[in-house]
Design a protein around this ligand. Structure first.
Ligand code: HEM
Length: 307
């Protein structure tokens, strides 16, 4: 007997709001039990719950980031189901983040000495607050009543910006954990999970670029030199992503060497972007690998015509 996956994945129990409740209710029960077993009268206890609740949230933001790319790279019933339910997966992320937000509220309101001595750091505060502003805007505009205040362009800006920002936050936390602390197994899982989610986006972007070029001129191809250089950059980026602990110190020292850069590091979220460098190199490599000769020739032709 063969199972019709397409049919199974259309089952109402695992779609849209029911999927949301199916995930968020058990998750909230588990977080509530952990809360009851934690001493919330101490800063350490609340801080533990801040970390605990956000660890529930992270897989969901990674799943949201990867959804459209998986559908482009591996079209099929399961990626389609994933993509269709992206909004509800995002709302599960928001539920876990609401728990984290509540613990942050508790520590910053009732345990102020601990908060300012052990937690408060201006740049982190700024990053975290921007994250929560994006999250709130994304949740509100996920519903018709909130969406009507935004035009499609603004909506896209809030959601794209928010998804990238809320992915970048945990991804960079775990990159730093691998780079200068003694990593826990979970740090590896969440770092590579975030890396994979974004790398899939780059790959999907490359695939679409290639398809668009082929459609425009079926004869076009990528020059060998670009292919080789791009391929080398992708391999280099992949290696760099795995050995951040070996280059973090000198690269950070170099990038923050100038006084203006050291100043920016105090308040500008993520500056100078060390966790993202490897992905940036992979993105550039993908751009070269998918740069078709016909595009280059068209540009040359256009320049000739305007001369
Ligand atoms: C102003 C807002 C925020 C404050 C005050 C804050 C505070 C904290 C604190 C105190 C911890 C340490 C918990 C522990 O001791 O284990 C922590 C961990 C963490 N936070 Fe936040 N946070 C904020 C916003 C955010 C946002 C928006 C995100 C994005 C998803 C985020 C992601 C994380 C991650 C990934 C960890 C590490 C969890 C782990 O231990 O594995 N935080 N945060």
């Amino acid at each position: 007997m063969s199972i019709d996956l397409k049919k199974v994945l259309k089952n109402k129990a695992i779609n849209e709001w029911r999927l949301f409740w199916l995930i968020s209710i058990p998750m909230s029960i588990v977080i509530a039990i952990a809360t009851m077993n934690t001493d919330l009268s101490t800063g350490e206890g609340v801080s533990h719950m801040i970390g605990y609740s956000v660890r529930w949230a992270i897989p969901f933001i990674y799943l949201v980031v990867a959804a459209s790319s998986v559908q482009i790279l591996f079209p099929g019933p399961f990626p389609m189901w994933w993509m269709r339910n992206r909004k509800y997966i995002g709302l599960c992320f928001a539920v876990a983040m609401a728990w984290q937000g509540m613990f942050i509220f508790v520590v910053s309101t009732f345990l102020r000495d601990y908060y300012f001595k052990d937690i408060y750091y201006f740049r982190d505060e700024l990053e975290g607050s921007i994250g929560y502003i994006f999250l709130a805007a994304m949740v509100v505009t996920s519903f018709r009543f909130g969406r009507k205040y935004f035009d499609p362009m603004q909506w896209k800006l809030v959601h794209k910006g928010g998804i990238y920002f809320l992915w970048a936050y945990p991804f960079s936390v775990y990159w730093w954990n691998l780079s200068y602390a003694t990593p826990r197994p979970l740090d590896y899982i969440f770092y590579y999970g975030g890396f994979l989610a974004f790398a899939l986006r780059i790959a999907a972007w490359g695939k679409k670029r290639k398809q668009a070029a082929k459609k425009k001129s079926p004869e076009s191809s990528t020059p060998l030199a670009l292919k080789t250089l791009g391929g080398a950059m992708i391999v280099f980026g992949l290696i760099a992503s795995a050995i951040g602990m070996h280059w973090q110190k000198p690269i950070s020292a170099f990038l923050t060497g100038k006084p203006w850069s050291a100043e920016l590091e105090l308040w500008l979220p993520f500056w100078p972007f060390e966790p993202f460098l490897a992905l940036f190199i992979i993105g550039l490599g993908t751009m070269l690998v998918t740069k078709h000769r016909a595009q280059v020739e068209t540009k040359i032709e256009a320049v000739r015509l305007t001369d």
